[in-house]
Design a protein around this ligand. Structure first.
Ligand SMILES: Cc1ncc(COP(=O)(O)O)c(C=O)c1O
Length: 373
């Protein structure tokens, strides 16, 4: 290894590099909000909602405080609560299930497809009961779930299909934008997401005017006017500051997603022929590679070896939700969802972000090739 190679550090994501690229636009947006003193609601939030709805090819977008709030408020706006069952994946970030539980509804897990890591429609079909009200697929790592298969089940049983698109801003399923294919799409703008705010933020998108209006009210204390509250809601609004920053970043999203796809294709080429299991092909979807995830039984050793070479990696996610301590009351032990458990034991996220240089990527690949067969 040359000393130049040794000096290369590759983080899993590099938000500082992203900020540097867009700093003038972001700082202008922040200054505009500060000088307007309109920190809650107002034109910045409206503008972002209009722009994000158009981007997602939906009629409405409602900005909220986080991706978790987006899911919970959508479920509540559909009058989902105690006694209802929602089917989702155990192989996701905890918030997907948490939002369901916060409504008082029951989470029902179904196992995933071993190739795409997304909900397996056959497993979902087996989990449907007379109490099922909605399906909540997650487009994990930016790759849309099998929405045709899930729609067939939802339509057959009169269920709502709600997309957890927190990792899939701009992804497409048979040409249509992620988030636009069901009753509502729920997005997170957590800073490291493909479209990230400067803190917690989220949105729902929908073509259903009634649903949008109900979420708009629920996010703002169930208000219908300044001091009239139609129902008990939440303080889950999107801040104007985040909305302004998101509006500044949104025009760059497609280009950044295209770069992620290029880098993913380059990883696929450079890692072909190794023992690593690479991400599945597109098959009618257009993933936006929120994460580039490979599989290997030697994960722990590879993480250590990469670290020694200055390469950060991650695991999304090491513990499937049915095995989380917080959900122990569900009494779902090891072996209940074997495909999710096997994925949790072997997935490894490699560095991928639009600002990553080819030299950095070559460094990751060279380090990996020394570690795997
Ligand atoms: C799949 C998924 N669902 C929900 C969330 C929750 O979003 P937030 O952190 O904005 O509440 C996240 C991200 O953090 C996520 O990755």
């Amino acid at each position: 290894m040359t000393s130049a190679q040794h000096d290369i550090q590759v983080p899993l994501v590099d938000l500082a590099a992203q900020h540097q690229k867009l700093a003038p636009e972001i700082e202008t947006a922040i200054a505009r909000v500060v000088s307007s003193s309109r920190f809650i609601g107002g034109p910045e939030v409206q503008r972002f909602e209009t722009d994000f709805a158009a981007y997602c090819e939906c009629r409405y977008a409602v900005g909220v405080a986080s991706g978790t709030a987006a899911i919970e408020l959508t479920l509540r706006a559909l009058d989902i609560g105690p006694g209802d069952e929602i089917i989702t994946t155990p192989f996701t970030f905890f918030a997907t299930a948490e939002a369901i539980i916060q409504t008082g509804a029951t989470v029902v897990f179904a196992d995933i497809d071993p190739i795409t890591y997304n909900l397996d429609p056959m497993a979902v079909q087996r989990a449907v009961t007379p109490r099922t009200r909605a399906l909540l697929p997650v487009h994990l790592y930016g790759r849309p779930a099998d929405l045709d298969g899930l729609h067939a089940i939802a339509d057959g049983h009169d269920l709502a299909l709600i997309e957890d698109a927190a990792q899939a801003h701009g992804a497409r399923y048979h040409g249509q934008r992620a988030g636009s294919l069901g009753a509502a799409g729920c997005f997170s703008f957590f800073p490291s997401k493909n479209l990230g705010a400067l803190g917690d933020a989220g949105a729902i998108v929908t073509n259903d005017e009634t649903l949008a209006a109900r979420v708009r009210s629920l996010r703002d204390h169930g208000r219908t006017s300044k001091y009239l509250h139609q129902e008990v809601g939440f303080g889950h609004r999107l801040d104007a500051l985040h909305a302004a920053v998101l509006s500044a970043k949104l025009p760059h999203l497609d280009r950044n997603n295209a770069r992620r796809r290029e880098l993913a294709a380059r990883y696929n080429e450079l890692l072909a022929g190794t023992d690593l299991v690479l991400p599945a092909g597109d098959n009618g979807t257009e993933s936006v590679y929120h994460l580039y995830v490979v599989r290997t039984p030697q994960r722990a050793a590879i993480i250590d070896g990469l670290k020694a070479a200055g390469v950060e990696s991650g695991v999304h996610y090491p513990v499937p939700l049915h095995l989380q301590p917080a959900l122990r009351a569900m009494h779902l032990g090891h072996g209940t969802f074997p495909v999710s458990e096997a994925a949790a034991d072997t997935v490894l996220s490699l560095p991928l972000y639009p600002e990553m240089t080819e030299a950095q990527q070559d460094h990751v690949v060279a380090a990996l090739r020394r570690l795997v067969g």
